[in-house]
Design a protein around this ligand. Sequence first.
Ligand SMILES: [Zn+2]
Length: 135
Amino acid sequence: MARKDAILKLHQVLVKRRDALRQALAGDLSLLKELRDQQGGDVVDFALDSAQDEISSQLAEVESRELSQIDGALERIREGRYGLCEICNKPIPLARLQALPYAQSCINCQRELEASGGNWDRDSMLSDNVEFDVP
Ligand SMILES: [Zn+2]
């Protein structure tokens, strides 16, 4: 599959996941469950497991963090720089994007970040990308 097509597909995955997370944050887990039945494991699973274990503000935090990462990825798709490592600017391998559709950096840069103790990936996304209904 061409990279472009793969990214188109990932775009659909991201949009679906975003909708499911938004619903879940509004208290409706049905779409999230549906997605898990269709796709199996990974991040949705993680959010769901947390949902069952502890319905709490911690769950909302996990979900809103993922949501902001997804929003960031969708923004990068719109701007045409999706799939490029934000640090070294090289294309992130498709396999990594398929495993983690909102990856912002290639595995090498990610490792270096983790080695340096930074939570760059998460914390930089938390600040201003979350779209909530602010009163
Ligand atoms: Zn990189």
